[in-house]
Design a protein around this ligand. Structure first.
Ligand code: ARG
Length: 295
């Protein structure tokens, strides 16, 4: 399928879900009103890039087709595992962070740059416009070199490259390589990078594009909405919430605490992005901070 017809398919799919155009127009109006550096931060995992690059590219260029400007951040877990093992470097994890010896840094830089360029090329092939920004954005301090090696904790975001891309009408596509104050490259965990970016840009939407496309309940059905103010404690205690899901929910809670109440997080699949954004019912899981009714 060519890129353009993938975008067309997204639009046809969206049209088939609407009763009338009102819903879509409302959301489009709402998303267009915010300054476009503040529309959405979209996080894409390495697995989606590996398994669904075309769908992903179609979803991102679809947003541009309707005049919206996402900022994209990507990981590269599976690609890094592969590149490091090919280079004969062990990739251990401590507390979920990839221990990064000096020798791993150039391998990680090159592998993430490849992933980054593959995504940018795919967006362009789908008719979209994208700028490759594999490094130069995240400022970071070494976390604990003795334990983690060259893993950085983000301390700030240099917006210049992001803004320059956006002024040129291109979606900035960021990889998670940071620099220490003295200019040494460091490996940054993608979720930490997203948090730093979100804190700085204050987007209206934070969108996670994943393969599952949302959080699943005890029966394996998609949770449509999560209101953290009323449901967080219940979710953290529920025995059907897996360890991985608990981490994700806690992470999203932290993200939303840095944002205005009007912002929300959506977890969805690339194929469902249009429906998630432009309909009330959505397709995926919407997480809001919500407000406590009883204190
Ligand atoms: N389109 C709206 C939004 O993106 C609502 C989405 C609802 N999604 C859901 N999974 N319940 O903010």
């Amino acid at each position: 399928m060519s890129g353009k017809s993938a975008v067309r398919q997204t639009i046809v799919q969206l049209l088939s879900h609407m009763r009338d155009g009102k819903e879509i127009r409302e959301y489009l109006h709402r998303f267009s009103q915010v300054d476009q550096t503040r529309f959405a931060v979209v996080k894409v995992g390495g697995a989606v890039i590996r398994d669904d690059l075309e769908g992903l590219a179609a979803a991102l260029s679809f947003l541009q087709t309707v005049g919206l400007a996402p900022v994209v951040v990507h990981g590269g877990g599976p690609q890094l595992d592969e590149a490091l093992s090919a280079a004969g470097i062990a990739s251990d994890k401590v507390n979920g962070l990839r221990v990064t010896p000096d020798a791993a840094m150039p391998v990680i830089r090159d592998a993430l740059t490849d992933v980054n360029l593959a995504l940018v090329d795919a967006v362009r092939a789908a008719g979209g416009r994208a700028a490759s920004i594999p490094f130069g954005v995240f400022q970071a301090d070494l976390m604990d070199e003795a334990v983690f090696g060259r893993v950085g904790e983000p301390t700030g975001v240099r917006r210049r490259l992001i803004e320059a891309a956006m002024h040129g009408g291109e979606a900035p596509v960021l990889a998670c390589i940071g620099e220490t104050p003295d200019g040494r490259p460091v490996n940054i965990n993608a979720d930490s990078a997203v948090r730093a970016l979100v804190k700085d840009l204050q987007p209206y939407k934070v969108i996670f594009l994943t393969e599952t496309g949302g959080l699943l309940d005890a029966d394996g059905d998609m949770l449509s909405t999560v209101n953290l103010a009323s449901e967080y404690d219940m979710l953290m205690e529920a025995d059907w919430v897996t360890g991985g899901m608990r981490v994700k929910i806690a992470e999203i809670k932290r993200l939303l605490e840095d944002l205005p109440l009007s912002s929300s997080v959506s977890i969805t699949r690339p194929e469902d992005l249009a429906k998630e954004l432009f309909t009330h019912a959505g397709a995926g899981t919407l997480v809001r901070r919500g407000e406590k009714i009883f204190e």
